[in-house]
Design a protein around this ligand. Structure first.
Ligand SMILES: [Zn+2]
Length: 496
């Protein structure tokens, strides 16, 4: 009798659970931003714009390392080329050269009582990895147009954005448009090596001038196709936060001496053990904003099974975390990560060194701090002979999360939908690093988005081989910036 009622009780619990899971799954409301009711045609001569972009690829504005001088002649050449390519921009906007090679443009707005906005981008590109030159279908700095693409280093990251912004402004000036809010264009020259000479100096200057910004829009997330789980539609993800960045030095000490008489444990052995423990014990995984916001925004459009899992996070979070942990790109959304990038120790084959060290590149999830990660590492390594210190000048904590209920976020989302009517728009977390941290203190909100359409196949082109941009995507980028600039605070009214 007792057994029977126990079974009945279990049955009831299971039934209630299934009902709750189904209820949650079926009651997800779409958060898709409505598309525009009317859409003005923006006439852009794509092929001329593509040729202008392709020529910009030929300026080898490569950033190699902060120990090396900037590619001065290439930057100066690009500056002149920009000046010659966009005459209306030249005649209307003020342009200043900052710290030799970065550019700051000011487009004076009509209403000086409003906070200005800042569009950021970087003119530098990463080098082509030595030995991979022959893997390129077209030489990386030739600026070749073929098969509907502009090919070359920097097309995606991020000369297409620089040219997209300037093409858009050239177009708008031609239509007699003046923005309400002052618009700054901040084009740095050393983002790929930290931005300390470019974006940092521009930010310093704006700060000295007392500038307070409504928002910044920099590179970051993209229009993903087939990358988010369980969703067929493209998803434009606007970064509203960015992981932090800190380099840690892990130093092991031990007894030195002659190679013929080794002690039982050496500095290098100790370091090896510490690094193995570090890899075996990652930071705990967690689903936190803004990653949760991203999934919430696209949940209604997920296929049934994926939606069932995400709509029942209260029960199935461990399943989600396990799945996201499988791939490095999604693992980076759920935990602070630590990558061992440089190891040094020993100078001579028969001498046992007294110290050995490694650099660990840590990326901080919002909610974690450099201090909390160091605590975690000290605990898992648990060795008094291991010291962990922060490499000077590298500590950038995770950014604050920008406000998706702000009119500026909504205007950006609306501009995105205007250009990509088939895409969902969602906020998200930027996994990598951008120039944005330099401007954080100046702006109410910071957004990180470039309207590049990207499939998983394209991901390896970023900083990789065969970087390219489709000409029709480039035209979309131009249209996107036209809408961003002329939607200015009034997303509903298409003013251009
Ligand atoms: Zn970039």
């Amino acid at each position: 009798m007792i057994w029977k009622s126990f079974l009945g009780g279990v049955g009831l619990v299971v039934l209630v659970l299934v009902a709750a899971i189904l209820f949650n799954t079926l009651n997800v409301e779409s958060q898709s931003v409505p598309g525009p009711s009317t859409q003005a045609a923006i006439a852009i001569d794509e092929s001329v714009a593509a040729i202008r972009l392709a020529q910009a690829v030929q300026y080898r504005t490569v950033s190699v390392s902060s120990d090396m001088p900037a590619a001065g002649a290439a930057f100066r050449g690009l500056h002149e080329y920009l000046e010659a390519s966009f005459p209306r921009v030249r005649d209307t906007l003020m342009r200043e050269t900052i710290n030799g090679y970065s550019l700051l443009y000011t487009w004076q707005g009509k209403d000086t009582s409003l906070k200005p906005i800042l569009l950021a981008a970087h003119m530098d590109v990463v080098p082509v990895e030595p030995g991979t030159e022959d893997d390129w279908l077209h030489p990386p700095f030739a600026g070749k147009i073929a098969d509907g693409f502009v090919w070359g280093r920097g097309t995606m990251d991020m000369k297409a954005a620089i040219f997209g912004i300037l093409e858009a402004i050239e177009y708008l000036i031609g239509r007699g448009f003046t923005p309400d809010r002052t618009v700054y264009l901040a084009f740095g020259h050393d983002e790929e090596i930290g931005g300390n000479q470019g974006a940092a100096k521009i930010a310093e200057l704006l700060d000295q001038r007392g500038v307070k910004l409504a928002f910044t829009l920099d590179e970051g997330l993209v229009v993903t196709e087939g990358i988010l789980p369980g969703i067929d539609q493209p998803v434009a993800v606007i970064g509203i936060a960015e992981r932090g960045f800190v380099n840690l030095k892990v130093t092991a000490s031990g007894l030195g001496g002659h190679g013929s008489m080794p002690p039982s444990s050496s500095a290098i052995g100790r370091l090896g053990r510490a690094l193995a423990l570090l890899e075996a014990n990652p930071m705990p995984a967690a689903l936190r904003p803004p990653v949760t916001d991203m999934f919430d925004h696209v949940m209604a459009e997920m296929n049934f099974m994926t939606r069932l899992v995400f709509a029942n996070r209260w029960l199935l979070e461990p399943v989600i975390l396990r799945k996201l942990a499988e791939k490095p790109s999604t693992n980076a959304l759920i935990r602070s990560t630590a990558a061992i990038t440089v190891v040094a120790g020993g100078v001579k084959p028969n001498v046992i060194p007294q110290t050995a060290d490694a650099i660990v590149n840590v990326r901080l999830l919002p909610g974690d701090t450099a201090a909390s990660v160091i605590d975690h590492l000290r605990r898992v390594i648990d060795d008094p002979g291991i010291a962990i210190t922060i490499v000077r000048g590298t500590n950038q904590e995770a950014s604050p999360v920008s406000d998706t209920s702000s009119s500026d976020y909504r205007a950006l989302a609306s501009a995105t939908r205007q250009v990509f009517p088939d895409a969902l728009v969602a906020p998200g977390l930027m996994i990598g690093a951008t120039d944005t941290p330099h401007y954080l203190d100046l702006a109410d909100n910071s957004f990180r988005f470039q309207p590049l359409r990207m499939t998983s196949d394209d991901v390896s082109r970023f900083h990789g081989t065969n970087e390219r941009i489709a000409i029709d995507n480039f035209a979309d980028i131009i249209r996107f910036y036209v809408y961003v600039l002329c939607n200015d605070r009034v997303p509903e009214a298409a003013r251009c």
